[in-house]
Design a binder for this molecule. Sequence first.
Ligand SMILES: Nc1ncnc2c1ncn2[C@@H]1O[C@H](COP(=O)(O)OP(=O)(O)OP(=O)(O)O)[C@@H](O)[C@H]1O
Ligand SMILES: [Mg+2]
Length: 165
Amino acid sequence: MFRRAAAGVRGGVERTFIALKPDGTQRGLLGDVIKRFEQKGYKLVAIKAIVPSRALAEKHYEDLKTRPFFKGLVSYMTSGAAPVIAMVWEGKDVIRQGRRLIGATNPLEAQPGTIRGDYCISVGRNIIHGSDSFESAEKEISLWFGKSEVYDWQYGNAEWLYADN
Ligand SMILES: Nc1ncnc2c1ncn2[C@@H]1O[C@H](COP(=O)(O)OP(=O)(O)OP(=O)(O)O)[C@@H](O)[C@H]1O
Ligand SMILES: [Mg+2]
């Protein structure tokens, strides 16, 4: 029987921040992204459409602020031509598995079958973001969502999804 570990516990049930970037929204790819996380067995616990402020986008990508593409990256995320679709997904090992579902940063290196491998070509238009570590996930979830926007709920059939091993 599936026993619920506290969300965010490393190695147990985790939460990760996944964001469809404005190019993904423009290209109508939200349904497929949600489908891939859902069909794996992960659970959507928060979602909203948002055009981030410059401050939010800069804080989100602050580790990259010295990189030559940083300015363009922030403009791309904040242009308002389409919103970012911000999400929090929950489940066992979802941080690492989310990155695997998404694929390599450069879509030309991403394996076919991954989201970037199937849907995009340019690193500067790679349609989706996923937290790369437990620490990033915690930081990003609290940056994009208030506590009351993230829901604690259970799949009624969780015991058919999770075993002890
Ligand atoms: N050389 C580059 N030229 C243009 N944009 C880039 C380049 N490298 C990275 N980026 C953009 O910056 C984002 C963040 O880069 P990072 O190194 O964190 O890769 P990632 O973790 O795979 O992507 P993300 O953080 O968006 O999930 C990339 O997803 C891409 O949109
Ligand atoms: Mg990253």
